[in-house]
Write a protein that binds this ligand. Structure first.
Ligand code: SF4
Length: 329
């Protein structure tokens, strides 16, 4: 039951099957927010185009991601779940907002500079306007809150500035300044124990993997690099397996590992097997629900279409006000 403290908007790129990093960093929070807020969750396929080399797996990745979201507990009866490009009003608002921000400001943003460094062969116009489209996403639905980690704070501040510029230029208060809903986004490291978990680095553990695949993946995890042999004492504080034990294992098990690792009482192989077992047990209901949902793919597309229908309605109401505020004929 939604306590309705306001409206939350969040978007994520269609990255296909979700992994543990997505789960702990975003999906769990998405699910929890539904209890208190009216939530709108968007699969931002247009944003994805700014960095994609090819679109051949866009449909499949969208489907797989939506499937994971629903299996994890996003409730489409309450929450609006939809695909960004299915609401064309967002591109209209993007164009309109692009007139109230200077080009210099956009090209000065650290995120743009970073992207430009990452893909010097493809510094496209969409990449420059990315924060404008992001602002359009949020304000189109008059979302009061955007759940983001502290590192995303400048983006929300940027969106707020753009809203103020629009309202000031046209002498209205049509658009709402979104608030950042500060979220403690844990940095989940990949199996390499060094980099953030990511599909592109192939250091991820998929939520939808089978228990056997999960165990195999867990067994490749890098542990305390100083612990070379079974009888070397280890340091759980520098071990990624231990960090994840803290999330998925009982407090007794965590205490036991914390003690036994330091005196070589437990080996990494057994420690990882225990982690894989607990992770698989945790994900069992998710996987069962996912299999059930996957037996009817049309249902997933229907959910997305229904979500888009509801989103378009809100979007069009905002655009009627926006067009009137500007004085478009
Ligand atoms: S025993 Fe466990 S916590 Fe200790 S280093 Fe090995 S995997 Fe990490």
């Amino acid at each position: 039951m939604v306590a309705n403290k306001g409206r939350v908007f969040s978007g994520a790129r269609p990255t296909g099957r979700q992994h543990l990093g997505n789960y702990l960093g975003a999906i769990q929070n998405y699910v929890a927010l539904q209890d208190e807020y009216e939530c709108i969750y968007c699969i931002v396929d247009l944003h994805a185009l700014t960095t994609m080399e090819t679109t051949h797996d866009l449909v499949e990745n969208t489907y797989e991601m939506a499937l994971d979201w629903l299996a994890a507990g996003i409730r489409p009866e309450e929450t609006i779940v939809f695909i960004q490009s299915n609401v064309p009003q967002v591109t209209e608002l993007h164009t309109i907002l692009s007139m109230v921000v200077s080009l210099g400001k956009l090209t000065d943003l650290p995120t743009f500079k970073e992207k430009a460094r990452q893909q010097p062969h493809n510094i496209n116009y969409g990449l420059v306007g990315y924060p404008v489209l992001m602002t359009a996403d949020i304000v189109l639905y008059k979302a009061g809150f955007v759940p983001v980690g502290i590192d995303q704070a400048p983006h929300i501040e940027f969106a707020r500035e753009m809203v103020r510029s629009f309202n000031h230029r046209y002498g209205v208060d049509v658009l709402i300044e979104p608030q950042m809903k500060s979220t403690d986004v844990p940095k989940v490291l990949g199996t390499d124990g060094v980099n953030k978990m990511s599909k592109s680095l192939d250091n991820h553990i998929e939520l939808a993997a089978t228990p056997e695949e999960t165990l195999k993946r867990v067994m490749t995890m890098v542990t305390d690099p100083q612990r070379k042999r079974r009888d070397d004492p280890g340091d759980p504080d520098v071990c990624n397996v231990f960090s994840l034990h803290k999330v998925f294992s009982s407090s007794d098990e965590v205490d036991m590992i914390n003690m036994e690792c330091r005196c070589a009482g437990i080996g990494c192989v057994d420690c990882k097997k225990l982690f894989a077992r607990n992770l698989n047990a945790h994900l069992e209901p998710f996987r069962a629900r996912r299999a059930e949902l996957a037996s009817d793919p049309d249902h997933i597309w229907d959910v997305l279409e229904e979500g888009a229908k509801r989103a378009r309605q809100i979007a069009e109401e905002t655009m009627v006000e926006v067009r009137a505020a500007i004085g478009l004929p």
